[in-house]
Design a protein around this ligand. Structure first.
Ligand code: PHB
Length: 394
């Protein structure tokens, strides 16, 4: 009879061997990147843009890292935070992804943050832009932008350009609160006056009542932040209510004059001054190559700032996976921190301390550009270099 002790030892050996075999299989199997985007619903343009950019990155850079195949697993959350969380859980537990990317709106990133922390899975935020997101988990890295970053330089521009009285209008959730707060404080710090602060719901907003309030208040300018996808509806109602002929200037973050919709919004947008980190008309060789390749791969669709957040997010993930030799967790996270590279938007840095993006913010004016098919574009005319998120400088 074989002593019990030996049987146990043999059994343990088997378990160890089995674990070893599993670990080995994971090292040679595909490297999985989870990509959670709103492919349906109100935020679907964000999903469409980022998905196209991710596919372009893979087409240009291949799907092999450290001898392993890279597999992108795309899932639609419809921009519903509970769905994002459930999908992220499945991607972590069942698919064993190395990283999760995407996150079309702030609530979806915040809902997933605790899962990143618990499982040590890096979360690359390609779209959402509320300042505090990167503080919700030490595993969050951002390649989009923040509203304080985009808004503060516009408040400075407004004061320098004889705008003294403003009404603000923002979407009623995280990034809107940031835009309102940072515009208001910077503008008032410089001697400006904020007559009223208006908010519209994230879902299915009706702008008519707030636009009437703006007409009644008679400010020098109306400052607006609305999430990508709402600009066209807003501009239509802006014109219908006669604000374009009221003498009240419109200034905005580039989310409103979004490249995804701008060309279809028409002449009512001509002359709108806005601030942002990316324009499809950014005059660099890197951007021209990016826009051409993106349009060639997507039936002429113009990339917007969401596409660039996705494209750069893939760059950050690929370079980090190369450095970690395909490993996820802390090794992958460490290799994302401190990356510096030339994006289609200009030079960018992933700040190693904050894990947030440091980038140039451009002041732009909507114009028709004869050399670009006479389309409507955000034409950059001033730049504030290497802007860190003001939301982190407490
Ligand atoms: C966000 O929800 O954080 C968000 C979405 C769209 C934008 C900007 C911010 O254009």
């Amino acid at each position: 009879m074989i002593p019990k002790r030996l049987v146990l030892k043999a059994a343990l050996g088997l378990v160890v061997t089995a674990c070893g075999a599993t670990a080995h299989a994971a090292d040679t199997g595909p490297i999985k990147i989870g990509l959670i985007l709103p492919m349906t619903g109100q935020q679907a343009s964000t999903g469409r843009q980022i998905d196209a950019a991710v596919k372009l990155w893979v087409a240009q850079n291949g799907n092999k890292i450290a001898g392993r195949t890279v597999e992108v697993i795309l899932k639609d959350d419809g921009a519903v935070p509970d769905a994002t969380k459930r999908i992220a859980q499945e991607l972590i537990v069942n698919d064993k992804v190395a990283v999760i990317a995407g996150f079309g709106i702030t609530p979806t990133a915040l809902a997933t943050a605790p899962l990143g922390t618990q499982s040590k899975t890096p979360l690359v935020v390609m779209a959402a832009a509320t300042s505090s997101i990167t503080e919700a988990s030490p595993y969050i890295v951002r390649t989009s932008f923040t509203l304080p970053q985009a808004t503060t330089p516009l408040a400075d521009w407004a004061i320098k350009n004889k705008i003294k009285k403003v009404v603000t209008l923002v979407a009623d959730y995280g990034p809107g609160f940031d835009a309102e707060k940072y515009f208001d404080s910077q503008f008032r710090l410089n001697g400006g006056q904020v007559l009223d602060k208006l908010r519209t719901p994230l879902r299915a907003p009706d702008f008519a009542p707030v636009l009437q309030k703006v007409l009644d208040a008679k400010p020098d300018a109306l400052f607006v932040f609305l999430p990508s996808g709402q600009g066209a509806t807003f501009m239509k109602q802006f014109a219908e209510r006669g604000l374009d002929k009221s003498g009240i200037r419109l200034i905005a973050t580039g989310d409103v004059t979004d490249d995804d919709q701008l060309n279809d919004m028409g002449d009512v947008t001509l002359g709108i001054i806005n601030s942002h980190h990316y324009s499809a008309a950014h005059p660099s060789a890197t951007n021209k190559k990016f826009v051409e390749a993106f349009q060639a791969a997507n039936k002429g669709m113009r990339p917007n700032f969401m596409a660039v957040g996705g494209y750069d997010g893939m760059r950050v993930i690929y370079k980090a996976l190369e450095a970690s030799k395909g490993a996820g967790g802390d090794a992958l996270l460490a290799a994302m921190k401190g990356q510096i590279f030339e994006s289609p938007r200009g030079q960018v840095l992933i700040d190693a301390q904050t894990r947030d993006i440091v980038q140039d913010i451009y002041i732009r004016k909507v114009e028709r550009v004869p050399s670009m098919g006479n389309g409507l574009y955000n034409v950059e005319f001033d730049v504030i270099k290497a802007v860190k998120d003001p939301g982190k400088q407490k």
